[in-house]
Design a binder for this molecule. Structure first.
Ligand code: FES
Ligand SMILES: [Fe+2]
Length: 412
């Protein structure tokens, strides 16, 4: 018998998100069938941030990451182009690269030794003469590649979907502006060492927290105490002086108040911080109730050693498993994920009603992308937008269908 959630997954996701009234079906944060559909409908289609060009400057440099749950290797090949290849041997599927990053002339599978060059071509097969009698056509057994790879201002993205539009279309003016905010710091580079940690939380709860100014004075009370910042000051900044503009981008990209803090999300899994922090966080989904967060710290190559150390110090003290901010947030997302899975509360929606109808949508002719102007700074408008777009991704049968049917922020 199909469960209620499976039935829901087979109908429309639009019915899970009542964005007009700010009501959201909690199952989207906990249900296994919905999670599996997300991997197909969102993570197998969207352009996903892979790494920054500064991480793989030389031929043979590689960085291992994920597209959804798929392991991929991002490689600088001999002709200097960037390849994104599935980290799965074509013989029996074992990983051909086990290191997080490094430099290599080729990739050798540790199981039976099939060997691939930097462009994924199969160049070595142990026992080619004795065991295969030279009948194996190596040209047919190269590593599978991402459908498309592209980069914007040094930020490398890839998609698994052949029918995806260009990266430029996916990002739109709004998404490019969000990356510009970080790229404009100078000749930026990633500081070696990615901070990685796992939380027992749904990836969308992490995503929606980035623009959540409601929780700061409450969730982070102890960190604020330690830093000598009065909670009342924080709430005054975020609640009383409560006016801000919000960027709503096509396909679910959002960014909070400009100017001021810049917390930008490129849907589905990249967040760019350009306030106190110069960092990018990527959320790799690991199941409906598990997410792996990766923090990349960015500095201007030409900054002084003191400035670089300051960025590292700030990021380590706030983000990741040692970060005071991150630990506060992560614990709450875990509790929310547990709450989302409650069977006793199955029919009780989550509340996303803050700030409905506030602010004026501006088509953005002045800045080049639509803005919600003069709305509250502390609002759930951005989350309603993200989840409305999430439902559109989930309901679209293909990229062409999504392109045709997705909401245009300029006319909402
Ligand atoms: S699984 Fe890679 S060589 Fe056999
Ligand atoms: Fe937080």
């Amino acid at each position: 018998m199909a469960s209620a959630a499976t039935e829901r997954a087979s109908t429309t996701f639009r019915s899970s998100i009542d964005h007009e009234n700010g009501l959201v079906d909690r199952a989207i944060f906990s249900d296994q069938a919905i999670y599996k559909a997300e991997l197909e409908q969102i993570f197998s289609r969207a352009w996903l941030f892979m790494c920054h060009e500064s991480q793989i400057p030389n031929a043979g440099d590689f960085f291992q990451t994920y597209m959804g749950e798929e392991k991929v290797i991002v490689v600088r090949s001999r002709d200097r182009s960037v390849e994104v290849m599935l980290n799965a041997c074509r013989h029996r599927g074992a990983t051909v690269c086990r290191a997080h990053s490094g430099n290599t002339p080729n990739f050798i599978c540790a199981y039976h030794g099939w060997t691939y060059d930097l462009s994924g071509n199969l160049i070595g097969v142990p026992g080619m003469n004795e065991l295969y009698e030279r009948k194996l056509d190596r040209s047919e057994w190269g590593l599978k590649k991402a459908a498309k790879v592209s980069s914007y201002r040094g930020f490398i993205f890839a998609t698994l979907d052949e029918s995806a539009p260009s990266l430029e279309v996916f990002l739109g003016n709004a998404g490019r502006y969000m990356i510009d905010n970080l790229a404009n710091y100078g000749e930026i580079e990633v500081i070696p060492g990615i901070i990685r940690h796992r939380l027992r939380a749904n990836w969308k709860l992490a995503m929606e927290n980035d623009q959540d100014y409601y929780h700061v004075g409450i969730t982070h009370a102890s960190a604020l105490d330690a830093w000598g910042v009065a909670r009342t000051t924080v709430n005054k900044n975020y609640w009383d002086d409560n006016v801000g503009d919000l960027v709503l981008g096509e396909f679910g990209h959002v960014q909070d108040t400009i100017p001021g803090h810049f917390h930008a999300n490129i849907f589905p899994h990249m967040c760019i911080f350009t306030d106190l922090l110069q960092a990018v966080v990527v959320r790799h989904p690991k199941g409906p109730a598990e997410v792996e967060q990766w923090y990349f710290s960015f500095v201007d190559k030409n900054a002084s050693e003191v400035q670089k150390r300051e960025v590292i110090r700030r990021n380590i003290s706030r983000l990741g498993p040692t970060g005071m901010i991150e630990q506060d947030d992560g614990e709450n997302w875990e509790f929310c994920t547990e709450g989302a899975a409650s069977s006793a509360m199955r029919d009780v929606p989550f509340n996303y009603q803050m700030g409905i109808g506030k602010g004026e949508m501006d088509d953005g002719s002045a800045v080049g992308f639509p803005l919600l102007r003069g709305g509250p700074r502390t609002t759930e408008e951005y989350a309603r937008w993200q989840l409305r777009c999430w439902a559109e991704w989930m309901d679209a049968e293909s990229w062409p269908a999504l392109l045709e049917k997705h909401s245009n922020p300029a006319v909402i």
